[in-house]
Design a protein around this ligand. Structure first.
Ligand SMILES: *Cc1c(COP(=O)(O)O)cnc(C)c1O
Length: 395
């Protein structure tokens, strides 16, 4: 039995949607499947406009263009995130400014944001790690006070809520990812969510290579031409077709993942009580989507030992981000605000367990047994070494 960290299933409905699209003859962007996916997001998020892109990275790049991020500007974000969050800013010649994360949710620590703000700060990019919402009320209040824009990196956050509202609907803009490893996936894909209606027109132009082709297609202008800077961020319609099929099943996919998440939590809780690990924390005002199930181990050595033990049983458990502030690409183009204590500690001690819709009950039982066996062994060896210590101290 081999259990990967992620596995993506293709249903016959997925295959049928792609085939329908291919046979329709519309293979390029902005076709009927793309539009129906965008409508889904507009209905489910209540956003002004959703625009599908080739990737979450594309959506973040578009967001930084729309936000008017320029050389000399600063954008606040966590260091514990994927490279694209920072690259979208660095590509504009602006500076990503890293702030430490919270111990409990691993999201940007809202208490540290204000001390990172300077006269150059233009935006804050909260990353909803593992699909658990950042403290958006606080973050939006800080942004309003300092006249900053909020752009949610919602790459992990499809079908998750904060304060009863969907993640992705809370910033001026948001970026979703439909990469194969994400909850809703079409291989490679993304969406830019525009919550400020004033940005819609320019967003459409940027995505269409800087032309007004979209307005032309709607019959609003009689020629289409170069209007602004832009690029080709459009997703092929048969890729959107795969996404549309996933959106139809989004509730089922999320429910299946949450069952797995809850079972890991319930099974491993006893080790958390003993202080042997930290389990994911979902604040009361958040509804997660089980994008990631992680454990924070007491030390890097224990994390590595558990990862190796699981690998011997052909279970793929993975660490996560190398903090961006210590990555080679950060040199000379980023700034660190304050200490990165939690970020560094989490990066060294986090381990993610397999979560995917088709992970069977028996497969998950196997994973849990192996994790339990590891901890039971660990507590025994610890007890032994404690006793040895006691014995040494005896007169
Ligand atoms: C996956 C991811 C992205 C990028 O999405 P792609 O679709 O792979 O380009 C950006 N930010 C975070 C936090 C991610 O996990």
């Amino acid at each position: 039995m081999k259990i990967p960290l992620n596995r993506s299933e293709t249903t016959t409905a997925d295959e049928a949607a792609v085939l329908t699209s291919l046979r329709s003859g519309h293979q390029h962007g902005d076709g009927p499947f793309t539009k129906s996916c965008e409508k889904w997001f507009e209905e489910n998020l209540g956003c002004a406009r959703a625009l599908l892109t080739n990737s979450g990275t594309d959506a973040l790049e578009m967001a930084m263009l729309l936000a008017g991020i320029e050389p000399g500007d600063e954008v606040i974000m966590p260091s514990f995130t994927f490279v694209s969050t920072a690259n979208a800013v660095a590509l504009r010649g602006a500076t990503p400014v890293f702030v430490d994360i919270r111990r409990d949710t691993l999201n940007i620590d809202e208490d540290l944001i204000e001390s990172a703000i300077t006269s150059k700060t233009k935006a804050i990019v909260p990353v909803h790690y593992a699909g658990i919402g950042c403290a958006m009320d606080r973050i939006n209040a800080i942004a309003a006070k300092h006249n900053l824009q909020v752009i949610e990196d919602a790459a992990h956050a499809s079908v998750a809520n904060y304060g009863g509202k969907p993640l992705g609907s809370l910033g001026r803009m948001a970026a979703f990812s439909f990469h194969q490893t994400k909850n809703l996936s079409c291989g490679e894909g993304g969406a830019l969510i525009v919550n400020d209606p004033g940005l819609i027109e320019r967003a459409e132009i940027l995505r269409e290579k800087g032309t007004n082709r979209k307005a032309f297609a709607r019959g609003e202008v009689d020629k289409y031409t170069w209007i602004d800077i832009g690029s080709s961020y459009l997703i092929p319609d048969f890729v959107s077709a795969l996404l549309s099929s996933k959106l139809h099943r989004s509730r089922a996919i999320t429910a299946a993942r949450l069952r797995i998440f809850d079972r890991y939590n319930a099974s491993l809780e006893r080790f958390a009580y003993k202080g042997l690990l930290q389990l994911p924390h979902v604040p009361l005002d958040c509804q997660g989507n089980a994008h990631i199930f992680y454990m924070i181990l007491p030390s890097p050595d224990i994390r590595d030992a558990l990862q190796k033990a699981l690998a011997r049983d052909r279970i793929q458990a993975s660490s996560h981000y190398i903090p961006l502030h210590s990555a080679p690409g950060a040199a000379g183009r980023t700034r660190v605000s304050g200490r990165m204590v939690v970020t560094d500690r989490v990066a060294d001690t986090i381990l993610r367990l397999p979560v995917y819709e088709s992970l069977s009950f028996a497969e998950q039982s196997f994973v849990i047994e192996k994790v339990e066996a590891f901890f039971d062994g660990l507590t025994q060896s610890r007890m032994v070494s404690n006793r040895e210590r006691e014995l040494e101290m005896m007169p």
